[in-house]
Design a protein around this ligand. Structure first.
Ligand SMILES: *Cc1c(COP(=O)(O)O)cnc(C)c1O
Length: 475
């Protein structure tokens, strides 16, 4: 190793020395502080070794700054609330669906108090954790039986593992989709032990395609919602009722992975038409899987509804124990589902639905409130104004569909400080670094906060953060 590198390594600060110096100024457990100092010095050591030439050594002030910043980062809670101003309602990276007020309360109660999770209050004996919601799911979907697992990927896996392990499953080529987060239908099927038989062409699949592929090894015919992608043009897929009829004629089962799985028909509120879970069940499909936290607007869960025999078999699968839901999911899912007994109740109380059907005039009012609040602060170097924009449903539901919305947009003010390069990227990053991070999006030459996904009770905090930012910062 060159002499100058050896020298740089020898000049790295001593952990204990810095621990003594920092301890009185940073309120953190010694173990945490030690970790911070060690990590930071180690990072520098690696940088020295990797650098092609000589590196300028950090002086004392720089080290102090580094340790302070690293300690601050480590002391901050990792998982925390953010303000979703992206306009994507079911935003998987931001936590998908927000819970209804009573669902959130039920979740908290389940955490703080004992419950009858697996205890039958009538008999005083051990009970089933699913009994609490199975009845409601039957009511809401018309299915004979139901089961809930950790998420829809688990639901699909468990259903296939139970019903088609070592057998063949026939699926249309147009429905072999990747959902995101590397959930690929063909991969999940392979892991379940089911053998995939692809039929049809990418754009068109007909009943005779399925029929021609049926063999003595076939266990079921599977239909998959294409979710986040849409086939347009010269296309056709086989309707649920036709698939079910064909399956039953041949003594096979029909299954559908609905993905989002809506319990109410949102086309009545101006959104695209999607078959509801009840309609798919009524079409004769034996087993239907869907997510709890997409269009349904509840907690993360995978819901399986179907015939008595099929659900009984799935319940008996030992893997079900590994994929079962916890009491938090159970509590919040039951509270969410109860709203669906009446459409109006669901639309008024489930945030996901509320945001999806919100009238643009209401969104506009919220945008105007924000704009009014922040106008008073000097927007150094930026202009803020109201603009119409388009929000997205998200969660793989209704891709390509635009929800008409309003945004507060920030753009560099050309008349002020024209020499300064004002960067939208910087604004986007700074908003993300706010005490309650604000996630917006950059569109052409402005930074945009879509107000459809911002809650009324977040406006005050959002305004305050923006005001503080523009008062403090000189972009
Ligand atoms: C989203 C989706 C899944 C996965 O559901 P998770 O609840 O995220 O596990 C599976 N299939 C389809 C068609 C989907 O859209």
């Amino acid at each position: 190793m060159p002499e100058d590198k050896q020298q740089a390594l020898r000049a790295l600060p001593k952990v204990d020395e810095w621990l003594r110096r920092l301890a009185p100024t940073i309120a953190a457990p010694t173990a945490l502080l030690k970790r911070v100092v060690q990590d930071e010095i180690e990072r520098e050591r690696r940088a020295i070794l990797a650098a092609p030439g000589q590196m300028a050594p950090c002086d004392e002030e720089q080290w102090r700054h580094r340790f302070n910043a690293a300690a601050r980062r480590k002391l901050q809670t990792g998982f925390r609330p953010v303000i979703n101003a992206t306009g994507v309602v079911i935003h998987t990276n931001l936590g998908r669906s927000l819970l209804a007020e009573d669902a959130a309360v039920a979740l908290c109660e389940a955490g703080k108090r004992y419950s009858n999770l697996e205890f039958d209050l009538e008999s005083g004996q051990r009970g089933s954790r699913y009994s609490h919601i199975e009845d409601i799911l039957r009511d809401l979907t018309g299915a004979e039986a139901a089961l809930v697992v950790n998420n829809n990927a688990a639901a699909v896996f468990l259903a296939l593992e139970t019903l088609a392990k070592g057998k063949e499953v026939i699926v249309s080529r147009g429905q072999l989709v990747e959902i995101g987060g590397s959930f690929r239908i063909p991969d999940v099927m392979a892991r379940s032990g089911a053998k995939l038989v692809e039929v049809g062409a990418t754009n068109r699949t007909h009943p005779h395609d399925y029929e021609g592929a049926i063999s003595p090894e076939t266990a079921l015919l599977l239909k998959v919602h294409t979710s986040n992608f849409r086939l347009i043009g010269f296309t056709s897929e086989v309707a649920a009722a036709d698939l079910a009829r064909l399956a039953h004629e041949r003594n096979l089962l029909a299954m559908e992975d609905l993905g989002s799985g809506s319990l109410l028909d949102l086309s009545a509120y101006g959104l695209p038409r999607e078959p509801t879970v009840r309609e798919v069940v009524a079409a004769g499909i034996d087993v239907v899987c869907f997510s709890g936290d997409k269009l349904l607007g509840g907690p993360q869960a995978g819901i399986i509804v179907g015939t008595k025999a099929v659900i009984a078999a799935i319940k008996k699968n030992p893997l079900n124990r590994a994929l079962r839901i916890d009491k938090f999911t159970l509590a919040s899912l039951e509270a969410t589902l109860r709203h669906y007994y009446q459409d109006a109740d669901a639309l008024a109380n489930i945030p996901t639905l509320k945001m999806l059907v919100e009238h643009r005039a209401t969104t506009k009012k919220r945008a105007e409130r924000l704009l009014k609040n922040i106008r008073e602060s000097a927007m150094r170097g930026y202009l803020a104004e109201l603009r119409p924009t388009a929000s997205r449903v998200g969660g793989g539901a209704m891709p390509e569909y635009n929800l008409s919305s309003f945004a507060v947009v920030f753009s560099p003010d050309p008349s002020r400080e024209p020499s300064r390069e004002l960067s939208l990227n910087r604004l986007e990053r700074d908003f993300r670094a706010m005490p309650t991070p604000v996630i917006g999006r950059i569109e052409r030459d402005h930074f945009l906060l879509d107000m459809r996904t911002v809650r009324d009770d977040e406006i005050a905090l959002l305004s305050e953060q923006i005001r503080n930012y523009f008062l403090r910062e000189r972009p």
